[in-house]
Ligand binder design. Structure first.
Ligand SMILES: *Cc1c(COP(=O)(O)O)cnc(C)c1O
Length: 421
């Protein structure tokens, strides 16, 4: 077995890695294959994947049904532009997503990444008001600890201090970032803001139940319902960013089901293709869509990614939805939730551990502080792939992970945290 493949050292001086200080970054670990919840490394070892490639791999890597569906699509039509042309996979997927979501959410706009799906949602919301003749409504209300993407419009609605983008203060559009309404004071603050700034606000956006990349912070459905209610009362467009939470991660197909609410726009991405190909979607309600219907061509939504609704990606997404229908994913997520609770509980009370929390197939150990690179190395030694960020060590495993692998995963998390404490 080759420990350090030729392509790795040949490409290393030329590649620029995500979120990495390239001066000190160590070479990444070469992966040559993956199946189920396991990554196969170039040196022959296997790692249990606790991250599911940034939360995307719902049904495990290389699921035969997804593989076959994509291969078949590759033989017939890998891609065709959606500007004026149509293909079955995109149209079928649009209908299926609309059928899965609450009834009013019925128009699906495809893009290639979550950040762009959020950009499109913001564009829809702002243009909604322009098309209605209200020109001043351009501000977006978002929440502290939120994360909505890395592009300029989405950076402006991430947490302004902890959202990885504080360097860009002054360059970004100034948006209204507030606390989630967890108690009376913050509820009143949100209500007051939404009412006072009514004429300048276009939309309110929130990650339902779990704020992901902003620190894996959870909130109860009642908190989410309060946001929805305040937005509704003041007539604002209400956007749910389900890019992380969608497709089962919090224990229901979509997090919105747990608060029983219907937003004006939903953003989907990440697990949409079961982790197979880049694809995202912005799903709008009739209310939003209707505001774009006009005899005036200038009122149309002016957006169109080149690879919009790519046929391979849509085929993967359709196959992923087949699996959600055929296989007991939601039950598996409940099982994972119970196992994460019992498996991570021993970390509570360890030195340096601030919190242990679990929701759906998300398990988090929050520390006072941590050496991210050092911990990552220790996890690899323990045979698991865990990528700590901020001050948290977390797992979001593929839903098909075996009992044994899940036990090894949580045991490794507790052990490494204990050794570091
Ligand atoms: C990951 C993520 C995004 C951005 O998606 P990309 O595909 O990385 O652009 C936006 N919102 C949420 C909630 C996310 O988790």
């Amino acid at each position: 077995m080759n420990n350090n493949p030729e392509w790795l050292s040949a490409g290393w001086p030329h590649i620029w890695l995500p979120y990495a200080q390239m001066k000190t970054a160590s070479q990444p670990i070469p992966v040559v294959g993956a199946h189920g919840a396991r990554l196969k490394l170039a040196d022959g070892r296997e790692l249990i994947d606790g991250v599911a490639s940034w939360w995307t791999v719902a049904h495990g890597y290389n699921h035969p049904h997804i593989r076959k569906t994509v291969a078949k699509q590759l033989e017939t039509l890998p891609h065709v532009m959606l500007g004026g042309l149509a293909h079955e996979q995109a149209f079928t997927l649009a209908k299926r997503l609309a059928d899965m979501l609450p009834r009013d959410l019925s128009r699906v706009f495809f893009s290639d990444s979550g950040s762009v799906a959020v950009e499109v949602a913001l564009k829809m919301a702002i243009q909604y008001w322009i098309n209605k003749g209200e020109r001043g409504r351009t501000k977006i209300v978002a929440f502290r600890h939120g994360y909505h993407g890395d592009t300029f419009a989405t950076m402006a609605i991430c947490d302004p201090d902890e959202g990885m983008h504080s360097l860009f203060k002054g360059v970004l559009a100034e948006q209204l970032i507030v606390d989630l309404p967890r108690d009376t004071a913050t509820t009143r603050a949100l209500d007051t803001l939404l009412e006072r700034e009514r004429r300048s606000i276009a939309a309110v956006i929130v990650e339902p139940l779990v704020q992901g990349a902003g620190g894996m912070k959870f909130h109860e459905p009642e908190v989410l319902a309060r946001v929805a209610e305040s937005a509704r009362r003041n007539g604002h467009i209400f956007i749910l960013d389900e890019i992380f939470t969608g497709f089962g991660r919090t224990g229901t197909m979509f997090a919105l089901e747990q608060a029983d609410l219907i937003p004006d726009i939903v953003c989907l991405g990440k697990a949409l293709t079961g982790g197979t190909a880049p694809l995202a979607a912005t799903v709008a309600s009739e209310r939003v869509f209707d505001a774009f219907l006009s005899d005036d061509p200038a009122r149309a939504l002016m957006h169109g990614p080149t690879f919009m609704g790519n046929a391979l990606a849509c085929a993967a997404a359709n196959a992923s939805l087949d699996l959600f229908e055929r296989e007991p994913r939601i039950r598996e997520i409940k099982r994972i939730e119970a196992r994460l609770r019992s498996g991570l509980e021993p970390a509570r009370g360890l030195p340096g551990v601030r919190d242990v929390r679990v929701k759906g197939a998300i398990g988090v150990i929050e520390l006072d502080n941590l050496d991210r690179d050092g911990l990552r190395r220790r996890f690899v030694e323990e045979g698991v792939w865990i990528r700590p960020f901020g001050n948290i060590v977390y797992t979001t495993p593929p839903f098909v992970i075996s009992e044994e692998d899940l036990t090894s995963l949580t045991a490794a998390m507790v052990k490494v945290v204990q050794d570091a404490g």
